[in-house]
Design a protein around this ligand. Structure first.
Ligand code: ADP
Ligand code: MG
Length: 269
């Protein structure tokens, strides 16, 4: 697969700050505290995972960082500036890829430029093609999403999130719907992309192994109310391989995280 150097004009990776962030949803059944007192710093170029059971507020954190939702209290900052609307240089990948079925893979990847209306699309094609090749989709640029497998679609969605050289990549369970084998392959690919392009990444998962495999740090969350209970530094050499998951140190991390969930009284996955 082709390797990729970051664009010369790629922005510096972002740093993130969450200060006493709270989020309350109001509904007919009363108020629900989705987040309480969340404090977290994500360093420039760091790969950080949010790990926790369903309903613990992972997506809420991500939507607040993406400027798609306001916190009810506290502060959410990207590069020292309070977030109000999607910050500049943002790439997002959701659990279900949101490819447009009537556009080719290439035209889906180029979509962010069309929205921004900044650069000539034809100028960006070589870069988009380079990304597609990097994830093994070079031969599929002119195909349509419905001709692709789930894993290939998710790869295309990742290319689209990367194409505009984001300083910040937010990924909400991007591999959650994929079979284990495909997920493993995409974990390796994501690790490589991150190593080559050095974005700040916030990655949501409910898989302990996936979080350890990919992350510099794992923020473990619990629910009712949604909160961060522990942030764990994953001090394992990179690049990490799938076999590393069987190593003693990897197992120690998973046992440690599992014990946190046991104490909370719910399984992680
Ligand atoms: P996760 O991504 O960890 O599964 P979410 O951030 O989606 O958790 O949700 C956290 C809590 O907030 C859940 O109890 C969920 O039902 C609730 N919630 C999320 N979005 C809304 C909303 N728009 N209105 C009301 N409640 C919501
Ligand atoms: Mg979610």
């Amino acid at each position: 697969m082709a390797s990729m150097a970051a664009h010369a004009d790629a922005p510096a990776p972002a740093h993130l700050q969450l200060r006493n962030v709270g989020k309350v949803y109001h509904s007919m059944n009363g108020d629900l505290t989705a987040l309480a007192n969340v404090n977290l710093d994500v360093r420039e170029g760091e790969f950080l995972s949010l790990l926790g059971p369903s309903g613990c507020g992972k997506s809420t954190v991500l939507r607040c960082l993406a400027g798609l939702e306001d916190a009810s209290s506290g502060q959410v900052m990207v590069n020292g500036k309070a977030v109000s609307g999607p910050p500049e240089g943002l790439g997002v990948v959701f659990q279900r890829d949101v490819l447009l079925d009537w556009r080719t893979v290439m035209d889906n990847v180029l979509l962010p430029f069309e929205f921004a209306g900044r650069r000539k699309l034809t100028d960006m094609k070589p870069h988009a093609m380079q990304l597609l090749r990097m994830v093994g989709l070079g031969a599929y640029a002119d195909r349509y999403p419905w001709e692709l497998s789930g894993g290939m679609r998710q790869r295309a969605a990742i290319c689209r999130a990367l194409v505009d050289e984001p300083a910040l990549l937010l990924m909400d369970e991007p591999f959650g719907a994929l079979d284990e084998f495909t997920r493993d392959q995409l974990n390796l690919e994501l690790q490589r992309i991150w190593a080559e392009t050095r974005k700040t990444v916030v990655f949501i998962t409910h898989s302990i192994a996936e979080a350890i495999m990919l992350s510099d740090r794992v923020a473990v969350m619990a629910r009712n109310p949604g909160r961060i209970v522990e942030v764990i530094e994953i001090d394992l050499p990179r690049p990490r391989t799938l076999m590393d998951r069987d190593s003693a140190r990897f197992s120690q991390y998973s046992a440690h995280i599992r014990a946190i969930f046991d104490r909370m009284g719910h399984a992680a996955q």
